[in-house]
Design a protein around this ligand. Structure first.
Ligand code: C2E
Ligand code: CA
Ligand code: CA
Length: 766
């Protein structure tokens, strides 16, 4: 759930980021395209506007040019004098007006109107004509005449007075300019576009020659192909044409040509310059391709990025799951459990209304044996089955984890005052039924250590550590049980720890010593051997039993050197009693952590002792780990001449099997059988059968812990070959063993095969 949420979060972030970047790319891409398109369009537009203005200016200029031509003859003293109301000098007028204006300036029609605007002269179609012909034109041109006369309002479109502006430079004509009136427009004349101008005929020098209203010179120039091409040339406009209909062709600009009288005169068309053309037709598509490609590529990239990130988050989630789970059982692992305990403890109101957190360590008993005898696959199957059963038995909100190996842990929160016992029961119920492994039915037990918060501490660390201590205690007490943590256990652990620390320096400080306990022959009743036993006189704690410190030495890695030291001592001391056989105890650790064979070889050589004088005592613990290595070491030891004894016989649970598997020289029957021999029939039977089996295999049988004469006699009677115990002597310092041997009075024991008259236990101890 939690993982899913975070994964979603990362994905959401990326998706949002992708969207934003995509939107930014789209926005700026479109913006760029719009800018380019606009730049192209506006460059074209500007060019078109400019061409339009130029054209307009050219038309205005052409009107001014017509007026200029008129002015050259109309503003002239002679013209005023030669053309009067009374008479008109036709020869003069033809030469200077009709012919001159049409031929020099290309006017198509020239008229002169008198003061009342009646035609008095007309020159059309390259010849002087009847002035009355003007009446055909009057309708079209009268607005221009009216404007020139200023008498009547004209409704023609206004044009800039290019002509008027050019007149300010004249000094000679200044008088004329003041008196003169003019007008020029483009209008429709007889349905054709034409430039129509009118200008008053006034004197240019002697103003007095003018009397009355001045005559008016009117010119018409039709705007034809010739006219248009002249303008095109002057403007460098390509293919300017005037057509009745608009021209539809690529690159051609066609615009209505409207006369000043608002009559549509056709269409002016030209091939416009389009500076934005490259931008629009080449750059814009290229950039559009670029933008599209960028969008496409980035989209692709984002998709790949998303896929990669999805994969990454998936892998991360998997890795995270793997790092927090045990691969075999699928349960949470130790780290996960620790985190969970921390989280639950800090979230819970421990102690409020009896709320407690209960941690349990569960350890499968003798899992190693199962692994060794049935194989690792079976071991794995067992782990999986246990995980399954525990999961099924526990409540749904209990937290179950596997700590590796055969260890499980449970955490639960409860207000039930009996919750710890309930949890223990639930765990025990998982082991009630036997397990079926590879066709074998196996009864499996487990040891459980339980601790509680807040009673045993409030931190996760304390809770788990205390559960571990309780588990250790449960195993010590014989396994297959649940033990709750107590303060004394913690004390014991503390003691163990300090003993371990002190033990490390005990050899150098010479706090360790070897004591020897005599071993008596049943046949002769004399001391024939001695067992070397470690002694530690702690400076503050006093004597510490090897039963206490040897297990500590074994678990803390100190046993290997301690064992070697012990063998060396025994060999050195043994030289004092050449007649004795010396027994030395070996720890399982000495098989696994030292090259025992080499150590023994070296020490026998160093001290010049015969191996056959030494009996190496091994407990079942060594044989439990009877690997090929252990077996080969045992064989090598025997081959070197050392003798071997199986110690504490009868305390393990398949001792008889070991007897057949490995040929020991001696068996030492555990003290518990010897002590019980007086009152328990089963002990007697066992001792008797062991003795007969052992002797049948050619072994010597030693009875340990003989404390009474009765026990001595009984064990001897049953067929033991040697006896050892407080009845004869406690272990003594090496220096005292010599005197002890000297003073020792052989005690008569019943000869083998001829059981002595057995006294009753009461008379023997009395
Ligand atoms: P163990 O090998 O079975 O040694 C015999 C133990 O029985 C010794 O205890 C001895 O003092 C005690 N004992 C002997 N006779 C009697 C008796 O009549 N009555 C009673 N109640 N006890 C008797 P100890 O010395 O305390 O040693 C305990 C165990 O510590 C040994 O048991 C042995 O397993 C281990 N141990 C002692 N020394 C060494 C050693 O050097 N190396 C190793 N690996 N283990 C050692
Ligand atoms: Ca022993
Ligand atoms: Ca023993």
């Amino acid at each position: 759930m939690l993982l899913g949420d975070t994964t979603g979060l990362y994905e959401g972030d990326l998706r949002r980021l992708t969207k934003v970047i995509r939107a930014v790319i789209t926005f700026f891409g479109l913006l760029l395209l719009a800018v380019i398109a606009f730049a192209g369009w506006s460059a074209n537009q500007t060019a078109t506007d400019r061409e339009r203005t130029l054209l307009e200016n050219a038309l205005n200029q052409s009107i001014a040019n017509v007026l200029d031509g008129q002015k050259s003859v109309a503003w002239w003293d002679d013209a005023v004098l030669k053309i009067t109301d009374e008479s008109i000098d036709l020869e003069f007028t033809d030469a200077n007006f009709g012919i001159f204006l049409t031929e020099t300036y290309g006017h198509d029609e020239v008229y002169i109107l008198d003061g009342q605007d009646k035609p008095i002269y007309a020159y059309t179609d390259a010849q002087r004509t009847e002035p009355g012909i003007f009446e055909k034109r009057r309708g079209d041109v009268s607005p221009v005449i009216n404007e020139a006369r200023l008498s009547k309002i004209s409704n023609l479109k206004e044009r800039p007075d290019e002509f008027g502006q050019a007149q300010t430079n004249y000094r000679i004509l200044a008088g004329a300019v003041q008196r003169a009136r003019w007008a020029g427009h483009i209008i429709s004349v007889a349905g054709r576009p034409a430039v129509v101008t009118a200008i008053t005929i006034v004197p240019n020098v002697d103003m007095s020659v003018l009397t009355g209203t001045p005559k008016l010179l009117v010119s018409v120039i039709y705007i034809d192909e010739n006219f248009v091409s002249k303008i095109a040339r002057s403007l460098l406009l390509s293919r300017l044409t005037l057509t009745p209909e608009p021209v539809h062709a690529s690159g051609v600009l066609s615009q209505p040509f409207i006369g000043d009288d608002n009559v549509q005169l056709g269409y002016l068309s030209w091939v416009g310059r389009r500076p934005g053309h490259v931008l629009i037709t080449i750059i814009l598509p290229l950039v559009a391709c670029g933008v599209f490609a960028t969008g496409f590529l980035s989209n692709n990239m984002f998709r790949r990025l998303r896929r990669a990130s999805d994969e990454l988050t998936q892998r991360e989630a998997k890795a995270r799951h793997a790092s927090r789970h045990d691969a075999l059982s699928g349960l949470p692992n130790r780290q996960h459990m620790v985190d969970e305990v921390e989280a639950r403890l800090s979230a819970a109101d421990l102690g409020v209304r009896g709320l407690r957190a209960i941690a349990a360590y569960v350890d499968i008993d003798r899992f190693k044996d199962i692994n060794d005898t049935l194989g690792h696959e079976a071991g794995d199957k067992l782990i999986k089955s246990v995980a399954k059963r525990l999961t099924a038995r526990l409540r749904s909100d209990d937290f179950l984890a596997r700590f590796g190996g055969d260890e499980f842990a449970v955490l639960c929160l409860s207000t039930d005052p009996e919750a710890d016992q309930l949890l223990a029961q639930r765990i025990a119920s998982a082991f009630e039924e036997p397990f079926a492994l590879d066709g074998q039915i196996l009864q499996v037990t487990a040891s459980v250590g339980i601790s509680m918060a807040p009673e045993h501490g409030r931190s996760a660390d304390e809770l788990l550590r205390h559960a571990d201590i309780a588990l250790y205690e449960a195993k010590n007490l014989g396994r297959n049980r649940a033990v709750s943590f107590s303060a004394e256990m913690a004390q014991q652990v503390e003691t163990r720890r300090s003993i371990e620390v002190d033990l490390r320096t005990a050899i150098e400080r010479e706090e360790l010593a070897v004591h020897y306990q005599p071993i008596i022959s049943c046949r002769t009743g004399a001391i024939v051997g001695a067992e070397a036993l470690l002694r530690w006189n702690h400076p503050t704690r006093g004597p510490i039993s090897p039963g206490t410190f040897i297990p500590i030495a074994e678990t803390s890695g100190l046993m290997a050197s301690l064992g070697t030291w012990m063998i060396e001592r025994a060999m050195r001391d043994a030289k004092q009693w050449p007649q004795l056989e010396i027994a030395v105890n070996l720890s399982p650790v000495q098989f696994s952590q030292t090259d025992l064979e080499a150590v023994l070889r070296r020490l026998t050589a160093e001290h010049g002792v015969a191996p056959k004088r030494f009996v190496l005592e091994i407990t079942e613990g060594v044989l439990l780990e009877a690997t090929e290595h252990t077996k080969s070491v045992l064989n090598a030891i025997q081959a070197m001449g050392f003798r071997t004894a199986l110690d504490d016989f009868g305390t393990g649970y398949s001792s008889l099997a070991y007897l057949c598997n490995f040929k020991f020289d001696k068996i030492k029957i555990d003290r518990s059988f010897v002590t019980n021999v007086s009152n328990a029939l089963t002990s007697r039977t066992i001792v008797q059968s062991v003795v007969s089996l052992g002797r049948g295999l050619g072994m010597q049988i030693v009875a340990e812990g003989v404390e009474t004469e009765y026990e001595a006699l009984m064990m001897s009677h049953f067929g033991c070959t040697e006896l050892q115990g407080y009845y004869f002597s406690k272990p003594v310092e090496a220096s005292q063993l010599g005197p002890l041997i000297e003073q020792f009075e052989p005690r008569h024991m019943a000869p083998i095969g001829e059981p002595a008259m057995l006294p009753s236990p009461e008379s023997a101890t009395a």
